[in-house]
Design a protein around this ligand. Structure first.
Ligand code: FES
Length: 113
């Protein structure tokens, strides 16, 4: 079974975490199953950007993002080439390294500049 390495995030997983992930599961589901409470304001239906993550390793093993996801990602805080909405990113056969951005759009307004 592939593993997901969640890199340390001050709020959601201060020490980082390595977990097993069943292929076919979304990164968001894997995170929540392992008590990493990535925000999911829309409940995981691809209608917000709060579940934004950056897939540092294994990006190409994920399903492809559809147009709706791409449009939403354009609005996400800290967008990168390997950004995904974690509720839409489905684990394939390879290990993944996932970074949770420091802020989500909900927090960006309050972020110090
Ligand atoms: S939880 Fe809203 S788009 Fe993923």
């Amino acid at each position: 079974m592939p593993q997901i390495i969640f890199l340390p995030h001050a709020v959601f997983c201060p020490d980082g975490l390595v977990v097993e992930a069943a292929p076919g599961t979304s990164i968001l589901e894997v995170a929540h199953d392992n008590h990493i409470e990535i925000e999911s304001a829309c409940g995981g239906v691809c209608a917000c950007t709060t579940c934004h993550c950056i897939v540092r390793e294994g990006f190409d093993s994920l399903n492809e993002a559809d147009e709706l996801e791409e449009d939403l990602l354009d609005k996400a805080w800290g967008l990168e080439a390997q950004s995904r909405l974690s509720c839409q990113a489905i684990v394939g056969e390879e290990d993944l390294t996932v970074e949770i951005p420091k802020y989500s759009l909900n927090h960006a307004a309050e972020a110090p500049h």
